[in-house]
Design a protein around this ligand. Structure first.
Ligand code: P5A
Length: 442
């Protein structure tokens, strides 16, 4: 992508409304545009990151056996009356009327809709286990939308819903999502700690929040330092093996970890001073087991091996991809801007032409651009006529992992410079070496 053809509305000044660094950097780097209270458009740079985050989530959901669907954003109030949540949910739910004066709502979550699907089609225990997920916009009329996409009113959620014959099955499904979440967040370069959590309006008896430690986090959390060095399960994890998955969950739930609402002072006091981590945290995922909370009132039942009817046992599993983009920035930035982890970066390489219009610089940049893209790299080529200082500042701000700098003096000597955004290390290389460095063969 040539920067001259891209849409990257960089802000020079710090936006006054942004209280935390991720909000500030997302606005300055032209990733998002606020459209209303707690509502944002995702501009090209932001959308690229959001898509990468969603891709990782999808891969790990699919690996754990969940199936992707897509449910509507506008839901019928009648379904929510069946579950009893229409009145319970309160003012966070945006209630709407259609032209026939029917009560509708913009979904804050989808337990009712997905239970309706299962009720309609799933009749036998042989059709279970089943886990359906989608990645869809939600609306919650939050009392205090703030921090940009971190707590917005309209936000993206990955929500999965599991259905099993009994508690045993449901617990295994819960465990699979638990392990899948560990892998998901690690792949994004984040260290997420599962913590016992309150179930709120979703309900149920078992729940974990996945928390990223960050000073700007909205929750107060407490955990054992041991979490910071636990090994995250690898690619070969066998999600078909309930025992193996349960063991991983055991390892990851043994040390103490709880959010403020679930904090147990007595258990906490037993930890040595040096093992205690009391910090602020960002909730990037939340999983729930709620058994028949929805299946019973809504009549979602299957015939069991005993020939009798059983209300299916369920759980739901949420991740906030839009919040995650901000959380990644909170965890990975410096004074000059964002530092993207490779797995979610909008482009792999920023190719900077220091003197666009200079025949030699243009030629070398053109060749490198073709070589890098040919090697499968996503390249943002700064071919604009901005001054070099401005180009470097933009490159640092938008945080691509590598900068490849092509200037007239270097080109005359057959050399270019590469800079690692994270370490700041610079290296001067012959052009042919630079091609090789990023996977191009010749
Ligand atoms: C689980 C999936 C649920 O709604 N029902 C379906 C369950 N859980 S949750 O904890 O309420 O939300 C899941 C995740 O969504 C993100 N999230 C938000 N992101 C941005 N702005 C918001 N206002 C917001 N509210 C929730 C969080 O990542 C949360 O863990």
């Amino acid at each position: 992508m040539r920067l001259s053809q891209f849409f990257l509305p960089i802000l020079k000044e710090n936006p006054r409304e942004a209280e935390i660094v991720s909000h500030r950097l997302m606005l300055r780097a032209g990733m998002i545009r606020q459209q209303g209270q707690g509502s944002f458009s995702w501009l090209p740079l932001g959308k690229l990151v959001l898509d990468k985050v969603c891709r990782i989530i999808r891969e790990e959901q699919n690996r754990a056996g969940a199936l992707e669907i897509l449910m509507p954003t506008i839901q019928s109030a009648d379904l929510w009356r069946e579950s009893g949540r229409y009145d319970d949910y309160g003012k966070e739910m945006l209630r709407i009327k259609d032209r026939q004066d029917r009560d509708m709502l913009y979904g804050p979550t989808n337990e009712e809709v997905v239970t309706e699907i299962v009720r309609a089609y799933v009749k036998s225990y042989k059709d279970l286990p089943l886990n359906l997920y989608h990645i869809q916009w939600k609306f919650r009329d939050e009392v205090r939308p703030r921090f940009g996409v971190m707590r917005s009113r309209e936000f993206l959620m990955k929500d999965a819903y599991s259905f099993d014959l009994d508690f045993e099955g449901a617990k295994a499904a819960y465990n699979r999502m638990f392990v899948s979440y560990l892998r998901t967040f690690t792949r994004m370069g984040l260290q997420a700690i599962p913590m016992r959590a309150d179930t709120g309006p979703i309900g149920g008896d078992l729940s974990h929040e996945f928390i990223i430690l960050a000073d700007t986090g909205e929750s107060q959390v407490y955990c054992d330092r041991e979490y910071l060095s636990l090994q995250v399960p690898g690619e070969k994890t066998d999600f078909g093996n309930d025992g193996e998955i349960a063991d991983i969950v055991k390892t990851w739930t043994m040390p103490y970890a709880a959010t403020d609402e679930m904090h147990d002072e007595a258990a906490w006091d037993k930890l040595g001073e040096a093992d205690r981590v009391s910090a602020r945290g960002i909730e990037v995922g939340h999983i729930f087991h709620f058994g028949d909370k929805y299946s019973k009132p809504m009549g979602a039942k299957v015939t069991g091996p005993d020939g009798k009817d059983h209300f299916v046992s369920g759980g739901s599993y949420g991740i906030g991809p839009s919040r995650l983009v901000a959380a990644i920035i909170e965890a990975s930035h410096d004074d000059n801007g964002i530092i993207w982890p490779e797995a979610v970066t909008p482009f792999d390489i920023g190719l900077i032409n220091m003197k666009a219009g200079d025949a030699e610089c243009d030629r070398v940049c053109g060749e490198l651009y073709a070589a890098f893209t040919g090697a499968g790299k996503d390249v943002l080529y700064d071919d604009t006529d901005q001054r070099p200082g401005g180009k470097f500042a933009t490159a640092d701000l938008i945080g691509l992992p590598w900068q490849v700098v092509v200037g007239p003096r270097g080109v005359a000597a057959g050399e270019i410079e590469i800079k690692n955004r994270r370490t700041g290390e610079r290296e001067t290389l012959p052009v042919a070496e630079a091609r090789k460095r990023f996977g191009a063969t010749a």
